[in-house]
Design a protein around this ligand. Structure first.
Ligand code: SF4
Length: 138
C-alpha cells in the first residue's frame, strides 16, 4: 500500500514540476502577433489558392500587415472589394478609432457579414488573449 502511495506522490510531484516548467517555457517563447493579421485574414476569401503569390491567405494577410499598405499586393479571388476591406483595416484612421469598434469592424463601413465575421474573431479573449487595445500595436 505504501509503495502505491509513494508512486502516486512521485508521479504527482513530477507532473506538477513538468506543468510549471511548461508554463514558464510557454511564457518565454510566447509569440506576439499583430492582431490585424487575424482581421485581414477574416476578410480574405479563404481559398488558400496561392493566386496572390503567397502560400495562402494567412501568409498574404501577414504580408499586408507587414507592408502596412496594399500597394503591389492583390487577391485575385476577392478582387477590389476584398482589397478595399484590407485597406480599411490597415488605414491609420482604423487604428486610431475606438479600440472595441475598430476590432469589431462596426465603425469602418464593413459589409455587415464581414463585420460580423471580424467581431466573432475579435471579441473572445481566447482569440486575442494578449490584446487590450487595437491601437496598441504599430
Ligand atoms: S489569392 Fe486570395 S484567396 Fe488565394 S491565397 Fe491569396 S489571399 Fe487567399
Amino acid at each position: 500500500m505504501n509503495l502505491i502511495l509513494i508512486s502516486m506522490g512521485v508521479l504527482g510531484v513530477t507532473a506538477l514540476v513538468a506543468a510549471v516548467l511548461l508554463y514558464i517555457v510557454s511564457l518565454y517563447f510566447k509569440v506576439e502577433e499583430d492582431p490585424r493579421i487575424d482581421l485581414v485574414q477574416a476578410v480574405l476569401p479563404g481559398a488558400n489558392c496561392g493566386g496572390c503569390g503567397f502560400a495562402g491567405c494567412r501568409a498574404f494577410a501577414e504580408a499586408c500587415v507587414k507592408a502596412g499598405k496594399t500597394d503591389g499586393l492583390a487577391c485575385p479571388v476577392g478582387g477590389d472589394p476584398t482589397m478595399d476591406e484590407v485597406k480599411k483595416i490597415l488605414s491609420p484612421a482604423a487604428e486610431a478609432a475606438e479600440p472595441a469598434a475598430a476590432a469589431s469592424g462596426e465603425k469602418k463601413g464593413f459589409d455587415p457579414v464581414i463585420a460580423a465575421k471580424i467581431k466573432a474573431l475579435a471579441t473572445p479573449k481566447a482569440v486575442f488573449p494578449n490584446v487590450t487595445s487595437f491601437a496598441q500595436k504599430s
